[in-house]
Design a protein around this ligand. Structure first.
Ligand SMILES: NC(=O)c1ccc[n+]([C@@H]2O[C@H](COP(=O)([O-])OP(=O)(O)OC[C@H]3O[C@@H](n4cnc5c(N)ncnc54)[C@H](OP(=O)(O)O)[C@@H]3O)[C@@H](O)[C@H]2O)c1
Length: 325
């Protein structure tokens, strides 16, 4: 596939784009006022331009947004919403049929565009190949939404082919690896954003037993992997200060009506619409900052371990070792 190219102006984040529009409108106001007062006798002021020549309201036109796990559930809804605002969506997941359905739906709407790239996050080899494909085929990446996740309904611990507890690898380690691989592309596209879809379910990491040989439960493993995402978010935000890349994490909504919840036979407590709104807020709102954790659209406190610089450093070191970075 040919590399996607874009203009510099369209690389502006909605926030900077908004500022740019405001500044431009402010600059133009005196001219417009002058034109309104002084042009009537001698015809239109040539500096004023046609009335509809101002930049359009901020939208996602030409932005490239990668959403992991967008073949279904929350990721799919976020993909459709952002494509509806003009973005190019890199749809990701394992299931090609469902991935292509999302791509076709986006194409049929005729606003944004989409491509599908499969990769199993349970395999570092597949994540590396996926990251290399994105670096090779795209010349910009404005937003990375790390959304793919699992919450197994399994009493027995499951290990990945790389030897890690499966929640820890799919939900966190592969996010760490993919994100770090894509940082140069995000930085070249700055201002850019990383949004980590974590959860309010958070259990402190036991660095002596990250693969949970002792005390495994699917809920504990899920919550450990989700807190790891938050530690990673805070750590990366510090590292990326001044690069123009922001990184935030969120709990999208509680027990949404997605496959993750429904497949366990659990009763949903919120709709995927609520979660979609929260993720889209972090992708598009102008005032989200960086290095923050949100519950829905509101800033919130994470588990205390997330504020422990030593724990974050340990996780960073071990994650780099595990993923071979
Ligand atoms: N549901 C909730 O109430 C809730 C609450 C808090 C946080 N969250 C978080 O929100 C995110 C989305 O959850 P959801 O409810 O939308 O889940 P979901 O309906 O189960 O969808 C999960 C997505 O992740 C992909 N995925 C799963 N395993 C993968 C793997 N090994 N490799 C690549 N892709 C994989 C799936 O695609 P394929 O099947 O095609 O691989 C699917 O697109 C997750 O991170 C979850 O932890 C959800």
């Amino acid at each position: 596939m040919a590399k996607l190219t874009v203009s510099t102006a369209s690389r502006l984040s909605p926030f900077l784009h908004g500022l740019w529009v405001a500044a431009l409108v402010a600059c133009l106001s005196p001219l417009a006022a002058k034109g309104a007062g002084g042009a009537s006798a001698s015809g239109p002021d040539p500096l004023a331009g046609p009335p509809d020549s101002r930049p359009v309201a901020p939208d996602l036109d030409s932005q490239v947004i990668l959403i992991t796990g967008s073949t279904g559930g929350l990721g799919r809804e976020v993909a459709l919403e952002l494509a509806g605002r003009g973005a190019h969506i890199i749809v990701h997941g394992r299931n090609e049929e469902r991935g292509m359905e999302v791509v076709e739906e986006i194409r049929s709407e005729g606003i944004g565009s989409a491509t599908f790239h499969p990769a199993d996050l349970a395999s570092f080899e597949e994540v590396r190949a996926f990251g290399e494909t994105i670096l090779r085929e795209y010349d910009r990446l404005d937003v990375l939404v790390n959304n793919a996740g699992i919450w197994l309904d399994a009493e027995e611990r499951v290990l990945s082919e790389d030897g890690h507890e499966l929640h820890f690898q799919v939900n966190y380690l592969s996010t760490f690896l993919l994100t770090r691989m894509l940082l140069p592309l995000l930085e070249a596209s700055a201002p850019a954003r990383i949004v980590n879809v974590a959860s309010v379910a958070q259990t402190p990491l036991d660095f002596d037993d990250l693969s949970m040989e002792a005390g495994y439960s699917d809920s504990r493993a899920y919550a450990q992997s989700k807190l790891a995402q938050v530690l990673f978010t805070y750590d990366l935000a510090e590292e990326l200060e001044g690069t123009g890349i922001s990184v935030n994490a969120l709990h999208p909504a509680t027990m949404m009506d997605t496959g993750m919840v429904l497949s366990r036979g659990a009763e949903p407590r919120s709709s995927v619409d609520e979660g979609r709104e929260a993720v889209v807020h972090l992708v598009t709102a102008p005032d989200t900052g960086s290095g923050r954790y949100f519950n829905g659209t509101q800033p919130a406190e994470a588990d205390p371990q997330a504020y422990d610089a030593g724990a974050r450093e340990t996780l960073r070191r071990m994650s780099a070792e595990f993923t071979g970075l």
